[in-house]
Design a protein around this ligand. Structure first.
Ligand SMILES: C[C@@H](O)[C@H](N)C(=O)O
Ligand SMILES: C[C@@H](O)[C@H](N)C(=O)O
Lengths: 156, 156
């Protein structure tokens, strides 16, 4: 019954860099990722949510050691004064994977409920078919990982 | 050399539902996904970017036929007057997959450059290790899919 989730993992060595106020026009994302690629930084997660009032935000996660360089690369590539770069130098990434995320409506809700019950604030969410990744603090990632492994009977 | 990308696909039957102005506090995501799960709607993508001023936005993609129901479920579950639900009833999802996304800094930049060269606006982005999903209009998804398959020599 609980094979719906097969693994829960915590990655504690990432940083989040966010660019807000980007012009929501064709070519902006190409400029942002061109700058990061030219600098040789390997990004892990890329997140852009729907924009508003012609502006949008893009976040990336990178290895902690690349955070400052990514911030510099982006600041040098920003199109205009309306954009800003911010950095959370130390985040924890929780990744929950399993076929249940695809086929059971309640697995996602259970994941967020477990974190809420421990007063863990969800900073960012990113999914693919059978995986959901959630950014929290590194301490919360360890607590959340343990709690989620117990919820889905993965401990031991 | 171009085995870095193994597939490009377009899904034209999705809708995007976005909730903005959510309190960025523990428990909010659990309430949002609890409401969707109680309604029996299967979400495909979940995206939350970093919040600002104590508020955050969450987008989900659902089958087109579930768009109205998802909007109703979310409107009934919203915590306060500062939140709002919007819906894009017909989006196209482009998914590019391959090991190169993990190991080559320039594959992501190439993907966004190809779309920019065709004046395609990136509405939303979501990644996992070896996949990037990009929301555009359905017409742009068909054009983008063709162009990306050519760029990475996948055309049959
Ligand atoms: C914000 C950015 O993604 C923009 N919409 C683009 O297409 O490049
Ligand atoms: C916005 C929402 O994700 C909130 N931060 C939560 O933890 O539930």
């Amino acid at each position: 019954e609980d094979i719906v989730v097969s693994d829960v993992a915590a990655d504690l060595d990432q940083a989040r860099v966010t660019v807000t106020g980007l012009p929501d026009d064709p070519g902006t994302a190409a400029a942002v990722f061109g700058a990061i690629a030219d600098g040789g930084v390997l990004v892990d997660m890329i997140i852009q949510n729907a924009g508003a009032d012609g502006r949008a935000g893009i976040s990336v996660t990178v290895p902690e050691n690349d955070a400052d360089r990514t911030v510099q690369l982006l600041k040098a590539a920003l199109p205009d004064a309306g954009t800003a770069v911010s950095c959370e130098p130390n985040v924890g990434k929780l990744t929950v994977s399993g076929i249940g995320l695809r086929s059971h409506t309640d697995v996602g809700a259970r994941v967020f409920r477990i974190l809420a019950d421990r007063q863990i604030n969800v900073q960012l969410v990113n999914t693919s078919e059978i995986k959901v990744s959630i950014l929290v603090t590194p301490e919360e990632a360890e607590i959340g990982c343990q709690a989620l492994r117990e919820e889905f009977h993965l401990t031991g």
